[in-house]
Ligand binder design. Structure first.
Ligand code: ADP
Length: 415
């Protein structure tokens, strides 16, 4: 786990790569290749850090003039990445186009690809993942293990599934179940637990998927990268702990507590999803370990991900650099962990909205093995992701203890 990359590297692959480099190194490393990035949030900002190291020119599109990338991109365009015309015009000025958010206009990406812009991941992969209904169907059709699910068009459809059939048959679905908006949900917003008839009254009247509620022992994720040559490299599995109030990841540990057999299974699942999607870029595969010991794929994100933040510092190659390598036709870097790592999201405190102050940050900076990453957002809101902390230590127990200390010391409040 600590030294070996999880990816497969064959010498012949590298030879093939050198022959076929889509973007000749002579241009790429001298700022002549224009890499476009849809989305200028914190994920983009961390991609920019790696772009600086590789001397790659990046143009960013985001609707917010104060987005975390705004002051650091080589070029920053204010515009909506969901708008066809905006994405088309932006993309036409790029050699390679990638994303840090999946909610982008895929129709424009399709046209850009036809016009010769290298779009990674492809419009097809993004559109499959954008819609949780299509994503689940795609996974199920290929035999990937997932929770049982059904598409529901609206509340009439939903009520029918929990009611008796036309001939008095038993209902098809039972409580508890989980309802998920097909589009637009993130960080737990867009997921409703249906415990009883009462909860049905509060259900969304929109296209959703209804999922069997799974008995989860652990929530896990594997970040995998795949480059233009089909080479894959995955990071050791991470394990999450959630803040029950906000339903956001609070702690993330790596390596996870999975047995070596399950670890191998998780790696294999993630790589296989990336390969079958023909994905180029980074993919996060969120997994559940059930009480019966089965790994289920919960959901996919076709981009760098919160569950890979610790790789910035904890891994030989961060997920952000890996993403650049993948979409720019470069060899993938080693994914081995340097030391056990814990990642803590720095979230806005409940009850605080407005200009942000980081109380206790000086004490936090005294803690051993800890690094602070702030995203440069000027306004805090309850549970808004404002930054993250990474702790490296000789043992996971030690790293967790320091992370807990940091969490108690740091308060993200409004001035
Ligand atoms: P989001 O995209 O908003 O993060 P997820 O699909 O990851 O949505 O769901 C959010 C959380 O809800 C999960 O991390 C998990 O704790 C819980 N959850 C989701 N699906 C199920 C399920 N089928 N059974 C039990 N819990 C679930």
């Amino acid at each position: 786990l600590y030294d070996k990359p999880c990816g497969r590297f064959a010498e012949s692959d590298f030879c093939r790569m050198n022959e076929q480099l889509a973007l000749p190194g002579s241009k790429l490393f001298y700022r002549d290749v224009r890499l476009g990035l849809l989305g200028g949030g914190q994920l983009g900002r961390m991609i920019l850090r790696s772009a600086l190291d590789l001397n790659v020119h990046v143009r960013v599109l985001d609707p917010d003039p104060n987005a975390p990338c705004a002051r650091f991109a080589d070029e920053f365009t204010v515009g909506d990445f969901r708008n066809f015309d905006t994405v088309l015009a932006f993309g036409q000025g790029c050699d390679v186009l990638t994303i840090e958010i999946e909610d982008v206009n895929v129709e424009a990406l399709q046209v850009l690809a036809q016009q010769g812009v290298q779009v990674f991941p492809s419009a097809e992969a993004i559109s499959t993942i954008q819609d949780k209904g299509l994503q689940k169907r795609w996974l199920a059709q290929r035999g990937f293990p997932t929770a049982a699910f059904e598409w529901v068009a609206d509340t009439t459809d939903l009520h029918a599934l929990f009611g008796p059939g036309p001939f008095g048959e038993a209902p098809e679905w039972h409580f508890p179940s989980v309802l998920k908006l097909r589009r637009g949900g993130f960080d737990g917003r867009g997921v409703q637990l249906l415990r009883s008839e009462n909860d049905l009254q509060l259900a969304w009247d929109a296209p959703c998927i209804l999922e069997q509620k799974v008995d989860i022992v652990r929530e896990l994720a594997v970040v995998v990268a795949r480059n233009t040559y089909g080479e894959t490299a995955s990071y050791p599995t991470v394990e999450m702990e959630f803040n029950p109030e906000a339903n956001l990841v609070e702690f993330l540990f790596s390596p996870s507590s999975l047995s070596p057999e399950l670890e191998a299974q998780a790696q294999q699942l993630a790589r296989s999803v990336a390969e079958q999607l023909n994905l180029v870029g980074t993919l996060a595969v969120e997994l559940f370990l059930t009480t019966s010991g089965q790994l289920l794929v919960n959901e996919l994100a076709p981009r760098v991900h919160n569950s890979g933040h610790h790789t910035l510092g904890a891994s030989h190659t961060s997920q952000f650099e890996q993403h650049l390598r993948a979409v720019l036709g470069l060899p993938l870097g080693s994914t081995g962990l340097k030391l056990p790592a814990v990642m803590v999201n720095v979230l806005g405190a409940p009850g605080h909205s407005g200009p942000v102050v980081y109380r206790g940050i000086e004490e936090v900076l005294r803690l051993p093995g800890l690094r602070v990453h702030l995203y440069g957002k000027t306004e805090t809101r309850p549970f808004r992701k404002m930054g993250h902390l990474t702790v490296l230590a000789a043992t996971l127990a030690e790293a967790k203890a320091i992370a807990r200390q940091a969490q108690q010391l740091l308060r993200v409040e409004a001035d």
